[in-house]
Design a protein around this ligand. Structure first.
Ligand SMILES: [Mg+2]
Length: 250
């Protein structure tokens, strides 16, 4: 089903020792872009500000909701008072409308199933507010046990600070280098590198292959089942990129 292209293998292969997978949420497990975009646009419009196309939000998300609102507001309207008011409006709206279009990406259920079957520990670390993160996981990913689910909490630094990733590592009693850190943004790759985890970039999310490579991705995946390729089918492959097979025959 997948054409796996591997570059020459280094002396040691980080994927050999993996016992846990730490996932980002938005753009990695769940396609949340539309609901975030529509809720933000309604908050902008309520304040009399211009709105954006859904695709523009690919560059607004990833650093927490306050950064989202700051980036969505016009450059000359980004004072703290305006951001705070627009953020309150967004949180009220999004808290009611977060699951209109949001769903797991195709292939995520199968990949989680396969990871659980292999006995790997699973966890989630998001820059989304903690309450919303837990709500999304509870309602849209209810079939799988995640040993830790953490969103943005007051007083705890956001990704790319590695503090929360390292706390999860300790809580699960695994070394950082026993984790794949799977995410769709440069912030995720930077967090993984800072925490000493193995950075795996996903290309079905919100950011580009070049950005993920530059931020330190060790592997790049075109499909969630590529995770299993990393762990099972090609255990000796370094910097493995999985792509859909080219069409053959008539
Ligand atoms: Mg993300």
């Amino acid at each position: 089903m997948f054409d796996c292209r591997a570059e020459p293998r280094p002396a040691t292969d980080p994927a050999r020792q993996i016992r846990g997978v730490l996932f980002d949420l938005d753009g990695t497990l769940l396609d949340t872009l539309e609901d975030i975009a529509h809720a933000t646009n309604r908050s902008l419009a309520a304040g009399g500000f211009p709105t954006h196309e859904v695709r523009a939000y690919r560059r607004f998300v990833g650093d927490g909701v306050r950064s989202l609102i700051r980036r969505a507001l016009p450059e000359d309207q980004r004072d703290e008072g305006t951001i705070t008011a627009c953020l309150a409006s967004f949180l009220d709206d999004y808290g009611r409308t977060w699951n209109v279009a949001t769903r797991p990406y195709p292939g995520i259920p199968e990949a989680l199933e396969a990871l659980v079957a292999r006995g790997l520990k699973l966890a989630i670390l998001s820059n989304k507010p903690d309450e919303l993160t837990c709500l999304c996981v509870r309602d849209l990913l209810p079939r799988w046990r995640f040993d830790e689910v953490r969103g943005q909490r007051d007083g705890v630094p956001r990704k790319p600070d590695p503090a929360s990733a390292l706390e999860i590592s300790r809580a699960l009693d695994l070394r950082p280098d026993e984790f794949l850190f799977v995410g769709d943004s440069p912030v995720d790759m930077e967090t993984a590198v800072a925490a000493g985890m193995v950075p795996v970039g996903v290309l079905w999310g919100f950011r580009s292959e070049d950005e993920l490579r530059t931020a330190g991705a060790w592997a790049l995946l075109h499909h969630p089942m590529g995770l299993i390729d990393l762990l099972v089918r090609k255990p000796d492959a370094h910097r493995l990129v999985t792509r859909p097979s080219p069409r053959t025959g008539p």
